[in-house]
Design a protein around this ligand. Structure first.
Ligand code: XMP
Length: 507
C-alpha cells in the first residue's frame, strides 16, 4: 500500500509548499482540512501527520483546533508554528502572546540530542514568523532548539512521537529546512521514500479502470497541459472507451491544431472539429473584448454539444482539474468557497459523472506525468493560452488576414525565445496586433503598415506579473525577423508594463 503523509491544514499560507516538499522527498502527501473527521484520517492509514501553521491564536475561542485523539494514534505528528503550539496546548502546556513578535531570519541554538535535527548545525538560519509563543511545555516534552527571542523553537516527546517546530522548515529562508522535514519523514516516520510518478501512473490506471468499467468517457481536449495529460492518462487506462473532442476555433497559434492532432491521432476516438469559418463569421465586426469572449464561449459550447450529441451512452466527463484548483476551492475548514470549471463553461444540464484523475497533482507533477506518458514537449511545456485564443490578441475586430499576420509574428517570437533558451523561464510570451498603422521606410519606399507588440512576462500564477528582461540582442533578432519576414508589418514595440496596472493580455 502507498505510504501517505497527511498534512492537516490549519489555515497556513504555506500548506501547499509543505505538501510539495514532502512529495519532493519521495513520499506521497495529501492535504486535509482541520475539520476532517478522525475516522476519515484513520482510514487513510497515514505514516506521518504534519500540522501546518495558521494565522490565528490558540487561546482564541474559535481558532482552528483538532481532535486530540489525533495525537494518540501512535502515528508521528510534527506541528509547525501554530501546529506546534496546538500540540503543546493540547498536551497540557501553555501558549501566550509573546512580548515581542519574532519575524525573519534567526539563528537556531541546538540543545541536546534530536533525531529531528540530525545534521543541523548550531547557528543554522531559520525563518520565524510568530506573535505567540509557548510559555510552558507539557510534561514529558524536551526542548531541543531555541533562538535568542524564542526559548522553545523545537521541542519533542520522542516516546509519544510528537514534535513541534516554531519556525518554518518548508520555506527556502530556513537553511537545511528540507533536511529537517526529511529527518521527520525518514528517521521518525520510517518512510521508504519510493513514491514516484511511475507508481502514480500505475495506481491511477488501476483506479480509472475500476471506476469506468466498460463505460465511455468524454473529454473536451483543448491542447492545454492539463486536459492533454488527463486524456493521455485515461487513454492508457481505458483506451477506446475515451472520446476526445477537440474544437478547433481557428484562433490557435501557428500549427498548434496540427500538433494537438498529431499527439492524439493514435486514439481511436480523437475527434477534431474544424469550425474556423463559423467562429470567424460570428466574430465579424465585433470589437468589444467581452463580447468576443462571450461569442467564442457560446460557440464552443454549441459545437461541443453538437459533437457530443452524436455519441451515445457517455457516462463520464473527464476534466483536467489539478490540486491547486481543488485547494483554492476549499477553505481550511473544508467549506467550498469557489467552484472551478476547467473546461470553460460547459453546459450545466449535462448528466455526467466527473472524472478528475489529476486532482491530487501540482502543475509541475502534471508535467512530469506528461513526460512519463511520453507526450511531446511542446504540449507538456506549453505556456498558458487563453480559451478565446488569438481573438483577444487582436485589438478590435478579428479577420482571417489579421490572424495570419499575428500567427506569423508570434511564431517567429516563439522560435527566437526558444533558441535563446528562455522558453521555460518566461511565463507567457506572445505577439499582439494592436491594429495601429505607422510610417516606415523599406528600401527606397515609404510604408504605412501594421505594428506588432511583443508581450513577455514573468509570473508565478498569472495573478501578478512583471515584464520579462529579455536580452536586447534577442529582442533585436525578433524585431528584425518580424519586420523582414511578415508581410504588412513595419514596426515592432516591446510592452514594458507590469501587472498591475496592466493585464497580461491586451484585451
Ligand atoms: P490577464 O490578461 O487577466 O490574464 O492578466 C491572466 C491569465 O489569464 C489568461 N486569460 C484567459 N484565459 N480565457 C482564458 O482561458 C480568457 O478569457 C482569458 N483572459 C486572460 C491570460 O492568458 C493569463 O494567463
Amino acid at each position: 500500500m502507498q505510504q501517505t503523509v497527511l498534512i492537516i491544514d490549519l489555515g497556513a499560507q504555506y500548506t501547499q509548499l509543505i505538501a510539495r516538499r514532502v512529495r519532493e522527498s519521495g513520499v506521497y502527501s495529501e492535504i486535509l482540512p482541520y475539520t476532517t473527521d478522525i475516522e476519515e484520517i484513520k482510514e487513510k492509514r497515514p505514516v506521518g501527520i504534519i500540522l501546518t501553521g495558521g494565522p490565528d491564536s490558540i487561546y482564541n475561542e474559535n481558532s482552528p483546533k483538532i481532535d486530540p485523539a489525533l495525537l494518540e494514534l501512535g502515528v508521528p505528528v510534527l506541528g509547525l508554528c501554530y501546529g506546534a503550539q496546538l500540540i503543546a496546548s493540547l498536551c497540557g502546556g501553555k501558549v501566550d502572546r509573546a512580548e515581542k513578535q519574532e519575524f525573519g531570519k534567526k539563528e537556531l541554538e541546538r540543545i541536546g540530542e534530536s533525531e529531528l535535527l540530525e545534521g543541523i548545525e548550531d547557528g543554522n538560519t531559520v525563518w520565524m514568523s510568530h506573535a505567540d509563543r509557548i510559555e510552558r511545555l507539557p510534561e514529558d516534552f524536551v526542548i531541543t532548539g531555541k533562538t535568542d527571542a524564542c526559548p522553545v523553537a523545537v521541542f519533542e516527546a520522542p516516546d509519544k512521537k510528537l514534535y513541534g517546530i516554531q519556525f518554518h522548515p518548508e520555506v527556502v529562508h530556513t537553511e537545511n529546512g528540507s533536511r529537517i522535514l526529511e529527518n521527520f519523514l525518514y528517521n521518525i516516520c520510517g518512510v521508504s521514500g519510493d513514491w514516484s510518478m511511475k507508481d502514480f501512473v500505475k495506481t491511477q490506471v488501476e483506479e480509472i479502470r475500476e471506476t469506468v468499467g466498460d463505460k465511455k468517457v468524454l473529454c473536451a481536449l483543448s491542447g492545454g497541459v492539463d486536459s492533454s495529460v488527463a486524456s493521455a492518462l485515461v487513454h492508457k487506462a481505458v483506451g477506446d472507451q475515451l472520446y476526445c473532442i477537440f474544437v478547433d476555433h481557428g484562433l490557435m497559434r501557428k500549427d498548434e491544431g496540427d500538433q494537438i492532432e498529431a499527439a492524439f491521432s493514435d486514439m481511436a476516438h480523437f475527434i477534431r472539429v474544424n469550425e474556423e469559418d463559423r467562429f470567424l463569421k460570428d466574430l465579424e465586426g465585433v470589437s468589444d473584448p467581452e463580447r468576443k469572449r462571450k461569442i467564442i464561449g457560446e460557440d464552443f459550447i454549441r459545437v461541443f454539444e453538437e459533437e457530443a450529441g452524436k455519441l451515445d451512452n457517455i457516462d463520464f466527463l473527464l476534466q483536467g482539474t489539478i490540486y491547486p484548483d481543488v485547494i483554492e476551492s476549499r477553505s481550511a475548514s473544508g467549506e467550498t468557497i469557489k467552484s472551478h470549471h476547467n473546461v470553460g463553461g460547459l453546459p450545466e444540464d449535462f448528466d455526467f459523472t466527473l472524472l478528475e484523475p489529476l486532482k491530487l497533482l501540482f502543475k509541475d507533477e502534471v508535467r512530469r506525468l506528461g513526460e512519463e506518458l511520453s507526450l511531446p514537449e511542446n504540449l507538456i511545456y506549453r505556456q498558458p493560452f487563453p480559451g478565446p485564443g488569438l481573438a483577444i490578441r487582436i485589438v478590435g475586430d478579428v479577420t482571417k488576414d489579421k490572424l495570419e499576420i499575428l500567427r506569423e509574428a508570434d511564431s517567429i517570437l516563439r522560435e527566437e525565445i526558444a533558441k535563446a533558451g528562455l522558453d521555460r523561464d518566461i511565463w507567457q510570451y506572445f505577439a499582439v496586433l494592436p491594429g495601429v498603422q505607422s510610417v516606415g521606410v523599406m528600401g527606397d519606399s515609404r510604408t504605412y503598415d501594421q505594428l506588432i507588440a511583443i508581450r513577455a512576462v514573468t509570473s508565478v500564477d498569472g495573478m501578478t506579473s512583471d515584464w520579462a528582461r529579455i536580452p536586447p540582442e534577442v529582442l533585436e533578432r525578433i524585431s528584425t525577423r518580424i519586420v523582414n519576414e511578415v508581410d504588412h508589418v513595419n514596426r515592432v514595440v516591446y510592452d514594458i508594463t507590469s501587472k498591475p496596472p496592466g493585464t497580461i493580455e491586451w484585451e
